[in-house]
Design a protein around this ligand. Sequence first.
Ligand code: 71H
Length: 398
Amino acid sequence: NSNSCSNNLGIPPAKGPNGVGCSDFMMDHTEKGTFFRLYYPCVAYEDAEKPDWIPSKEYFYGLADFMNINRGLSEHIFNYLFGSFKIPAAMNAPYKQNGKCPVVVFSHGLGAFRTLYSAICSELASQGFIVAAVEHRDESAAATFFYHGKTEEPEEKEEASEAPENLVEEWMYYRSLKPGESEFPLRNKQVKQRADECIKALDILIQINSGKKMENVLGTEFDWMTLANSMDLCRIAVMGHSFGGATVIEALGKEVNFKCGIALDAWMLPLDEEIYVRVKQPIFFINSEKFQWAGNIMHMRKLVPPDSSSTQRKMVTIKGTVHQSFPDFTFLTGNWIGKILKLKGEIDPQVAIDLCNKASLAFLQRHLGMDKDFNQWDRLIEGKDDNLIPGTNVAEIP
Ligand SMILES: CCN(CC)CCN(C[C@]12C[C@](c3ccc(C(F)(F)F)cc3)(C1)C2)C(=O)Cn1c(SCc2ccc(F)cc2)nc(=O)c2c1C=CC2
């Protein structure tokens, strides 16, 4: 990226054998529609323009709202700090036909949005996965947009409006908890909507895979028809960070086509009791060292037994990590800002995300029944590494 910082900051490029492409998809245009960024294996494509990591200024406004700081001021700070970063993927690069790809649907955290986990999503795509990073419309995203119906008055439009077929863009911003409002009812309603949005995204992917002509409201240059027969619909997983981790559990309970789930530093508060007996699929909890607490771990323990007896339910903790070690921010500031803002832990962010990605790939190979070489990282699922703790570091409630 063109960031002038001396200490070559930036999101680490993916390590897998495939180039990574990405393209945005929205259908239909309303807030009830599906909106995701698709990461996929692409043909080598040097001169592709790399998309801005933060697609538009409204996302900075949403981040400011989320962090209770002034919008105007924050736009300049965020622009200065993060405005020039590109993501490690080639926008709208041609899809590389290489058999049927396993599929991952990714759910972002509270106050985040679809582009902020590109280090994880692009690594999976480079390893042969098709990844749909959804953008939720439950008011938990920092910001998201959709479109109004056509403008009523058919006024003459001199210039072609940049919005598709003169639809009017509308932004939805992060909804903070009102003073005195109790958290559970809101978060429980949101996690149910989030799970439905992951399932709707999967439905859209199945339609794209069938070769059906899709009306992508965003009109990207990408030819979605090239994804016909590209997906292995027996190998579908759901993944998410924090609130997105709770969304993983909820989505597994509702959709048996999600064969397994990976929850990154899950926040379990939004889930109600009955989901714990409903989920049957394999689950992998990958936790940070600093975010977790006994009450949250207690909920996870309803899904992962404390001893290492279970083969389908696993938990590991990455030493020296914080909650923000999973989203891309962890790569984008120098050490001292990162530590002050709690965007970085003690561990090198690239070492941490590498462990997270390799452990995830090994778990996905095992529970999607893939025949790649990701089983070379099976020991990471058991927490066997200097930077990993099997289970949790948290002193648990007996
Ligand atoms: C302040 C008020 N309060 C809001 C309710 C707490 C805010 N907070 C801690 C923060 C996120 C923080 C952050 C971001 C980004 C910069 C930046 F400077 F880099 F932009 C700095 C500082 C502020 C660290 C969290 O909510 C943590 N968290 C998250 S953070 C997901 C996220 C959001 C925005 C991002 F840009 C990247 C990642 N996702 C969850 O699902 C859950 C929680 C807690 C429980 C469930």
